[in-house]
Design a binder for this molecule. Sequence first.
Ligand SMILES: [Zn+2]
Length: 189
Amino acid sequence: MRSGAISKEEAEILLEEMLADAMEAQEPGINNRIIQSGELPMIVSELASAGYVIVYKVDGQHPDAREPSIINRNSLLQQLTKMLPDGRRAFTTKKPDVPPFRGSVKCLLHADNPDRPQYAALGLPLCDKDNLRNEYQLTQHMRSKHPREYDAILGATREDDSDAQTIKALKAIIVRLNSLEGKADDEVD
Ligand SMILES: [Zn+2]
């Protein structure tokens, strides 16, 4: 039985193997111009020369399964030795055959947002991110990519909320006044 951890030697061999695999997989496309329209091979080679590599989260229960991420070559070893609870490696340099799951939730700064005119008035930029999976991911996206804009939106929403609450309070007062008048009428009758 082997535990999740592997030795440094094993990890280094593994790393070299994975890097070789990754380069083998990418270079034919670049050299033979098989992929002419795709920018990925160019990005991959540019990243590699800048000291970065693309790794993919191994398929599993994780919502980001098969999602690529760009990491510094120096942290590749660390990433490739991370283990899933079931004993498999958490990351691979091999591009998965199946693309990652894509959602359809749009960034709040997307042009299609019904509040776009209001956001434009606040001077907020556009963002074309439209494949977030859920509200949680949307919040994460807003917090990491547009923290200032998100603050502005939340501020505007809070103002809306306080307006709405004032209106609600006024309505409640009107309802009470009406019922008092009703009672007063009853008493008169
Ligand atoms: Zn965005």
